[in-house]
Design a protein. Structure first.
Lengths: 115, 112
């Protein structure tokens, strides 16, 4: 069964550094997403991406955040000048909007720790 | 604004018993989707069940079923014959504008 994969599973970085979180969505999916979950809190939407551009972003997704689909398979989230409050679990998700299947499939997450 | 409320921070149930998790939501949309996701200690997000708002029939998936009350904007999850592996955080979610809005979650503990 196809699945969304994410690397690394855990990333530790120093405050002020840049990190790139990587995701490989399911191959025939068209919409891609990043969500964030601070420990013990709810899952929050960050950004959605379709047709090689951002379709929607939340207020959390400030100028330090960017997303990219550099090739036909990877979908990345870059965070520049990381802050302590960026520490969270980051989930990638993808969705095939064709037909009746409309659920978002989530990856296993990347735990980001900013020291 | 679209909101999802889960009023039960924690619940526990004995193995083989039935438990119901509550969820209410608010949306101005007439057609939308509702989901329950399970998050075990591994923190993977796993879809449990989904409901299309235009369908009056409640969704069921094996031991999992929902009670969808559109007028009351209520979407509860019933787990029958609870198993130890059901121990997890459960999130109710509303799809709005091509994104998911999640509730705060309910921790379910199944006791042997």
């Amino acid at each position: 069964e196809p699945e969304v994969t994410q690397t690394p599973s855990h990333q530790v970085t120093q405050m002020g550094q840049e990190v790139i979180l990587r995701c490989v969505p399911i191959s025939n999916h068209l919409y891609f997403y990043w969500y964030r979950q601070i420990l013990g809190q709810k899952v929050e939407f960050l950004v959605s991406f379709y047709n090689n551009e951002i379709s929607e972003k939340s207020e959390i997704f400030d100028d330090r955040f960017s997303v990219e689909r550099p090739d036909g398979s990877n979908f990345t989230l870059k965070i520049r000048s990381t802050k302590l409050e960026d520490s969270a679990m980051y989930f990638c998700a993808s969705r095939n909007i064709a037909g009746v299947i409309n659920e978002q499939f989530f990856g296993p997450g990347t735990r980001l720790t900013v020291l | 604004a679209q909101t999802v409320t889960q009023s039960q921070p924690e619940m526990s149930v004995q193995e083989a018993e039935t438990v119901t998790l509550s969820c209410t939501y608010d949306t101005s949309e007439s057609n939308y989707y509702l989901f329950w996701y399970k998050q075990p200690p591994s923190r993977q997000m796993i879809l449990v069940i989904r409901q299309e708002a235009y369908k009056q029939q409640n969704a069921t998936e094996n031991r999992f079923s929902v009670n969808f009350q559109k007028a009351a904007k209520s979407f509860s999850l019933k787990i029958s014959d609870s198993q130890l592996g059901d121990t997890a955080m459960y999130f109710c979610a509303l799809e709005y504008g091509n994104k998911l809005v999640f509730g705060a979650g309910t921790i379910l503990r199944v006791k042997s």
